[in-house]
Design a protein around this ligand. Structure first.
Ligand SMILES: [Zn+2]
Length: 228
């Protein structure tokens, strides 16, 4: 057996609960514990879970590593086509060519570029995607159930569908391959009929997107790489 030394810090959050639990998010370890839990009980618990925690930390570090850094020369996909990111100082502008996404900004800090690209992606999504969603809804015989298409960049979701027939998509889907964009649209459109992930829901998804399982695998494996 290998020796486990846990070289990570963790934060203990005490509350009115009866059990201990561990969370690893954004490379931080949090232990939730009952108010009066003795420290050595908590320490022992963390020690027991050290291997699992270490694995999670590595996984999350790798994810962060593969995220978009918005650096000159980075390669991205936009609407299914490979583009090289060029970033230079200048008037605030984004230009899309066949093989490049050229960003110029007076302020080249990550935060400023992020804001600029966010705004641009939202505008692109509004321009390019509603038509595609409506056409697909028509093909799927769901046009009458669709009452609108909205966009929102959330931290955890690719899309969402409301009981009122509004399909909401994360504009980051523009940075995924085309078959993933289509899968995500099909997925949300199928929620117009089934507002759950029941067997019937997945049957309907499969009918309109036979390769949906591969798309799900892609999203799990590479989805985080389009996040910034
Ligand atoms: Zn869903």
């Amino acid at each position: 057996m290998t020796e486990i030394n846990h070289n990570f810090d963790y934060e203990v959050i005490r509350s009115n609960r009866r059990t201990l639990s561990i969370e690893v998010h954004h490379q931080k370890v949090k232990v939730r514990a009952p108010q009066g839990a003795p420290n050595d009980w908590i320490e022992g618990f963390v020690y027991q879970k050290a291997k699992w925690i270490a694995r999670k930390l590595v996984e999350q570090a790798q994810r962060d590593e593969s995220r978009l850094k918005l650096q000159d020369g980075e390669v991205i996909s936009f609407m299914g086509q490979v583009r090289h990111l060029t970033i230079k100082e200048g008037v605030n502008r984004i230009q899309l060519t066949d093989d490049k996404l050229q960003i110029s900004n007076k302020d080249l800090s990550y935060e400023s570029l992020k804001k600029q690209l966010d705004r641009w992606l939202l505008a692109q999504a509004k321009e390019r995607l509603p038509q595609r969603v409506e056409t697909m809804a028509g093909t799927m015989g769901l046009a009458r159930k669709l009452s609108g298409v909205r966009f929102r960049k959330t931290k955890t979701q690719w899309g969402h569908c409301t009981a009122k027939g509004i399909v909401q998509l994360n504009q980051l889907i523009l940075l995924t391959p085309t078959h993933i964009i289509d899968y995500l649209i099909v997925h949300e459109l199928c929620h117009l009929k089934h507002l759950n992930h029941s067997k019937r829901f997945w049957k309907l998804v499969e009918k309109h997107c036979p390769d949906y399982q591969q798309a799900e695998v892609w999203l799990k494996q590479y989805g985080h790489s389009v996040w910034f």
